[in-house]
Design a protein around this ligand. Structure first.
Ligand SMILES: Nc1ncnc2c1ncn2[C@@H]1O[C@H](COP(=O)(O)OP(=O)(O)O)[C@@H](O)[C@H]1O
Ligand SMILES: O=c1ccn([C@@H]2O[C@H](COP(=O)(O)OP(=O)(O)O)[C@@H](O)[C@H]2O)c(=O)[nH]1
Ligand SMILES: [Mg+2]
Length: 258
């Protein structure tokens, strides 16, 4: 099943700006429709997105360091994979064994929902529908979280979700990931795990799961294809036990020079 999908993931498709899959495209919208819908919210007077702040700049330039260690950027790993592929589970173990800060985009968004703001209501609405939150919101949350950690190694779990997310992140932070880890898992296994997750999440129901899987295939795979073409992707077979998968993860992370 996975192999068949991989065959379909040709380069030309990655370059195709149109979402794949045909049929109604509503569920595939990354950001455009929501931007329109919440234009007033997003365009409300506020300070424009700042250029990378001095704190973030300290981390963001070349992580090899160019001014005696003061300008070191953290080592950034994006952790991608379909819903239920085990991103969060494996990130927790990487964070604990390899000294990474674990920034989960989904958790940052859910924290914002808990704040009870208008923005939180918008995020909740989008998550319930399995769609993607506007990049301005997510990138800003990630940027702030990166600024507030002193960690020299950062895992960004579940982001970028689409090409537009990726471009916004690179533009706003002025940096790129050093590594992209892709947990490759068959859909039926992901569905089984999500239905058993039992965390009371509004999006872990079969109707929303189906939408999330379509969004992953149409919008997230192109991000993985993009970074593959830049030699940054390390694919890990995400079937088997947590321990077995972590064996493959450990092989990768133990071989890295941070
Ligand atoms: N290898 C695995 N085998 C079976 N269940 C797993 C495995 N890895 C994670 N899980 C469970 O599957 C669910 C989804 O895992 P999670 O790490 O939250 O995935 P993601 O962050 O990619 O959505 C959780 O309930 C988790 O405990
Ligand atoms: O960068 C992100 C990360 C998450 N989400 C939304 O938050 C939901 C849950 O994301 P999370 O990463 O927590 O889900 P997971 O893949 O881990 O099950 C997604 O379906 C999206 O609706 C988003 O819009 N942008
Ligand atoms: Mg997760």
């Amino acid at each position: 099943m996975v192999v068949e999908k991989k065959k379909k993931r040709g380069k030309s498709e990655a370059a195709d700006p149109q979402p794949r899959g045909g049929g109604s495209r509503d569920h595939l919208l990354c950001d455009t429709m929501w931007r329109r819908r919440v234009g007033a919210l997003l365009l409300r007077p506020r300070s424009p997105l700042p250029p990378p702040s001095s704190t973030l700049r300290r981390h963001l330039p070349d992580h090899q360091g160019s001014d005696g260690g003061n300008s070191r950027k953290p080592f950034i790993a994006f952790v991608l994979g379909g819903p239920g592929s085990g991103k969060g589970t494996q990130c927790a173990r990487i964070a604990s064994d390899y000294g990474f800060a674990h920034l989960s985009a989904g958790d940052l968004l859910r924290n914002e929902i808990s704040s009870g703001t208008e923005k939180g209501e918008l995020i909740l609405d989008i998550i319930k529908q399995g769609k993607i939150v506007p990049s301005e919101i997510t990138v800003e949350l990630i940027r702030k979280a990166m600024e507030s950690t002193d960690a020299k190694r950062v895992l960004i779990d579940g982001f970028p979700r689409c090409e537009e997310n990726r471009i916004a992140f690179e533009r706003i932070t002025g940096t790129e990931p050093d590594l992209v880890v892709f947990f490759d898992c068959p859909e039926d296994e992901m569905v089984k795990r999500l239905l058993g997750r039992n965390q009371g999440r509004v999006d872990d129901n079969i109707e929303t799961i189906k939408k999330r899987l379509k969004v992953f295939e149409s919008l997230n795979i192109p991000v993985i294809d993009y970074y593959s073409s830049r030699g940054k992707v390390h694919k890990i077979n995400a079937t088997g036990t947590e321990q077995e998968i972590f064996g493959a993860v450990r092989k990768l992370f133990s071989s890295l020079r941070f």
